[in-house]
Design a protein around this ligand. Structure first.
Ligand code: 4AD
Ligand code: MG
Length: 462
């Protein structure tokens, strides 16, 4: 068979030739002596139009009774149709039915809401919106690997089951093989994890960073790209319980190097997707987010904004009457503030740097003022934070002090402290939320619609 992609990209060469394509029926129309079949095979965003005539195929009635969703093979002659919307069609000489569908197929050729399609998680990839989303998601993943591989970064597979809490926010899913109806207890009534599978408490990772840092102190430049898990009880359009994160870590490098890397990566991914998914991006621009293409082209060719947390707060305080949650120095920026900064004040992606140490993780390098850390968040219009990163504390004593302040036990982080003992080098890194990146590239408004099988508060179906 011929892929619809190959056919569509080279249709002129196929003019007058016989082809066989396979695919699923998207739409059906028939009259007494002929009919049309819209056939999608998933290899190309635009489906092909098939014309079938009573006197050219021997199972005309059966084909007329096909339902949307059916799987078929079509053999026929490619005919150019310069007058029509689609540049060519296939005039069928044979239609073989591979798998029938029924009239109650849940995705009929009409506009369905995203909410409805979420109830059809297994069938929604057959719609044009989700064909576009998941091809772009795939290309985006490939582009990220390509970006780092071309720079000779080593791809490190960090563990998913871990004993540590990288972000110190306590938002972890616990992993256990204990019988929850019969939990072993110690003499003082606490859960006895020594009897558990690993001999101590474990959880699903919230970030591969701490493990990643150890490899960066051996390979200089590394990245991770894998699933991470957060039991955040936030039911928003930007939070998932299971999401993928890309975490590069660079040695002999500081916060400035970190931001340059992040900006280069985002621009690379934008350009890659624009080049490799033109039909899909055109679709998003027309039907999901008007102006998306202009915006992405602009972002790819101009500098990101930069502002310190302190200056950002000073700017935002001027607009406090517009916020539900008022801003003052020391507070964590909420999504409404992040979006105000990137959408109204900068009108483009912006790095906010040097946050107060109290609202950031223990591993971030303390600045000379003793109050702020060498952190950066990258905020983008429409979403807010897509990247969180920092230079890492490389001084043993300062790190121990920070861990004490954060209530962490030294013995739980011995390997991490060792890095500061044996040839500690300046280093920095960041985490890009993969789904938020896909949302940014596609204009999709809900994280549930860029994940094949989303896991969010109260939802772990399929
Ligand atoms: O800012 P975060 O928590 O940073 C870290 O985890 C660091 N260890 C990264 C590093 O420096 N290596 O998370 C990084 C990014 C966020 O900017 C956001 O894009 C995404 O991960 N993210 C989520 N995406 C979807 N659902 C959630 N619940 C997310 N939590 C964070
Ligand atoms: Mg963050």
């Amino acid at each position: 068979t011929t892929d619809v992609r190959t056919l569509s990209r080279n249709f002129k060469e196929f003019d007058g030739k016989e082809v066989t394509v396979s695919g699923w029926v998207r739409n059906m129309r028939d009259s007494k002596t002929f009919g049309f079949l819209v056939l999608a095979d998933g290899t190309f965003f635009n489906p092909v139009q098939v014309v079938f005539n009573q006197d050219k195929i021997d199972n005309f009635d059966e084909v007329c009774h096909l339902n949307v969703g059916a799987a078929v093979y079509v053999t026929g002659i490619v005919t150019l149709t310069p007058e029509a919307k689609q540049p060519f069609e296939i005039q069928a000489t044979k239609v073989e039915i591979e798998g029938k569908s029924t009239p109650d197929y849940p995705i009929q050729p009409k506009r369905h809401t995203m909410e409805y399609l979420r109830t059809q998680t297994h069938l929604r990839p057959r719609t044009n919106t989700f064909q576009a989303v998941f091809r772009v998601r795939s290309l985006c993943a490939y582009a990220i690997h390509k970006f780092f591989q071309e720079r000779d970064f080593v791809y490190v597979h960090t563990p998913l089951i871990t004993g540590s809490d990288c972000e110190g926010a306590g938002e972890m899913f616990q992993v256990t093989t204990m019988d929850l109806n019969n939990i072993p207890k110690t003499e003082d009534g606490k859960v006895d994890f020594s009897q558990d599978f690993f001999g101590h408490a474990t959880n699903l990772t919230v970030s591969g960073q701490l493990n990643g840092e150890t490899y960066a102190q051996a390979f200089k430049n590394i990245y991770t790209f894998g699933p991470t898990f957060r039991a955040e009880n936030s039911n928003t359009t930007r939070h998932a319980a299971e999401f993928w994160m890309i975490e590069p870590e660079i040695s002999f490098a500081d916060l400035e190097d970190d931001m340059i890397l992040a900006e280069d990566m985002i621009k690379f991914v934008i350009n890659y997707v624009l080049e490799h998914a033109p039909e899909e991006m055109e679709f998003f621009n027309n039907f999901i987010d008007k102006g998306l293409l202009d915006r992405l082209h602009h972002v790819a060719s101009s500098d990101f904004g930069r502002i310190t947390y302190t200056d950002a707060v000073a700017e935002l305080e001027k607009h406090n009457d517009e916020f539900d949650y008022k801003v003052s120095w020391g507070c964590d920026l909420q999504t409404e503030h992040e979006r105000y900064l990137t959408e109204k004040i900068f009108g483009k992606p912006v790095f906010v740097t040097d946050y107060p140490k109290e609202i950031k993780a223990f591993y971030m390098k303390l600045n000379e003022d003793g109050k702020t850390v060498a952190a950066m968040d990258c905020l983008v219009p429409g979403i807010g934070e897509i990247i969180g990163g920092s230079q890492r504390e490389d001084d043993y004593d300062v790190l121990v002090q920070r861990m004490k302040e954060c209530g962490l036990k030294e013995e739980d982080y011995q390997f991490y402290l060792d890095l500061r003992k044996y040839g500690s080098s300046r280093h920095a890194g960041f985490g890009l939320g993969f789904e938020r990146c896909v949302m940014y590239l596609t204009g999709m408004g809900n994280i549930r619609d860029v994940i094949p099988f989303p896991r969010t508060v109260g939802n772990c179906d399929l």
